[in-house]
Design a protein around this ligand. Structure first.
Ligand code: TTP
Ligand code: MG
Length: 396
């Protein structure tokens, strides 16, 4: 078997809430649609159709301002339950191509399709198939970036919106040339503060950051940040999909777009991570013995902490209780860049296993074998009956 190059997709729906409204209400199509607060209230715009964006309307803008810019726009409150339903549909499409899916928000996800290439074709071909599936099943368009890592895929998906497919080169020199003209704000994690500091050094493009003196950078933004951002400027990103890394642990993490200090916001994001991990844990049929917390502060220093459940657990309540306790113990007032939650010590039963365990045949080995066999069986069925045979069955 030829080894396929590491390939990641970032998929993001176009004008998501507004596009759903235009799909569900054909009379809105081709017109400026603004989803969010009514214009006579003090709320903001959630999103605007591309027709409305021509008038300068965008997410987070006061609805009143949007109205001033385009009084004839169609203002709708939106229907979250419906958006979540479409979100589930697209996530299911992603999962029909690879189990390595990391949703980032309601309308976007990272996919590691490295292994999927054997079954479904090149990264580009997979991206096209997914776009076609989304269109067929939801009537909506998505933009996709195809790249050798997640960070480049995310940059790329935004470059030809709406309905765009952007391929990032896989050669290091070409990657650097691809990034060079982009503004530094496009680098994942460069917030307003860092941007200001870099601009004061005359660094306004990724290209300038590529060639910047490292000592100068370090003195401006600190050693760790300098190291991380100069790597990202060259397109180097070694992160993996925050999914199941092996059979012994399940974890998920989120990097915030900006450093967050608001405890409520951090806790809300963390709870979502806990729920996701719990879902996967149960889906995989495990109980976990240990909870893990990861916090990366704004200066890139990182802590990991762990604690044991009273007994191996898989239910949401225990996961949340134990997880939140661990978070509350370790959160301070420092701004947070990344938060992660994970579980390990996975077992098939939550009963004490004293004396039952054969050291030469630990449960994880069996699990691994079983899962391996299952995946192989799935691969075989797909190879025999077509790539979509399994997905159709699970969609029923
Ligand atoms: P985005 O993907 O950021 O925006 P979008 O899908 O509307 O448009 P684009 O084509 O540029 O991707 O966000 C997805 C949805 O999340 C968006 O449709 C509405 C919601 N949202 C808010 O409610 N408030 C916000 O400030 C943002 C940015 C998004
Ligand atoms: Mg979007």
């Amino acid at each position: 078997m030829e080894s396929a190059p590491p390939t990641f997709l970032h998929i993001d729906m176009d004008a998501f809430f507004a596009a759903v409204e235009q799909h569900d209400h054909p009379e809105y199509r081709g017109k400026p649609v603004v989803v969010g607060s009514p214009p006579d209230r003090r709320g903001v715009v959630s999103t605007a159709s591309y027709e409305a964006r021509k008038y300068g309307i965008h997410s987070a803008m006061p609805a009143r301002t949007a109205y001033q810019k385009c009084p004839h726009a169609i203002f709708v409150r939106g229907n979250m339950a419906r958006y979540k339903e479409v979100s589930r549909q697209i996530m299911r499409i992603f999962e029909s191509y690879t189990p390595l899916v990391q949703p980032l928000s309601i309308d976007e996800a990272f996919l590691d399709v490295t292994g999927a290439q054997r079954l479904f074709g090149t990264g580009r071909e997979i991206a096209e198939k997914i776009r076609a599936d989304i269109r067929a099943q939801t009537g909506l368009t998505a933009s996709v970036g195809v790249a050798p890592n997640m960070y480049l895929a995310k940059i790329a998906s935004d470059m030809n919106k709406p309905d765009g497919l952007t391929l990032v080169p896989f050669d290091q020199k070409e990657i650097e040339a691809f990034l060079a003209p982009l503004p530094i704000g496009r680098i994942w994690g460069v917030g307003k503060v860092t941007q200001k500091k870099l601009l004061s050094l005359g660094i306004n493009t990724i290209g300038k950051l590529q060639t910047a003196d490292i000592k100068l950078l370090e003195s401006a933004i600190g050693e760790r940040a300098a190291r991380v951002f100069s790597k990202l400027a060259r397109g180097i990103d070694e992160r993996e999909i925050g999914g199941e890394t092996d059979e012994k642990s399940i974890s998920n993490e989120i990097t915030f777009y900006e450093d967050i200090t608001d405890r409520g916001q951090i806790e809300a994001a963390y709870k979502k991570l806990i729920d996701k991990v719990g879902e996967r844990l149960r889906k995989a049929g495990y109980f976990a013995a240990t909870v893990h917390l990861k916090i990366r502060w704004s200066d890139f220093s990182t802590i990991t902490r762990q604690t044991k459940f009273p007994i191996p657990s898989d239910d949401d309540i225990t996961l949340r209780e134990t997880g939140m306790e661990l978070l509350k113990k370790n959160l301070s007032n420092r701004p947070v860049r990344l938060i992660g939650f994970g579980v390990s010590g996975l077992t098939r039963t939550n009963r004490a296993q004293t004396g039952q365990l054969n050291l030469f045949d630990p449960p994880d080995t069996k699990t691994h074998e079983k899962r391996g066999r299952l995946s192989h069986a799935a691969d075989d069925i797909k190879a025999k009956y077509g790539a979509k045979s399994i997905r159709r069955a699970s969609d029923l």
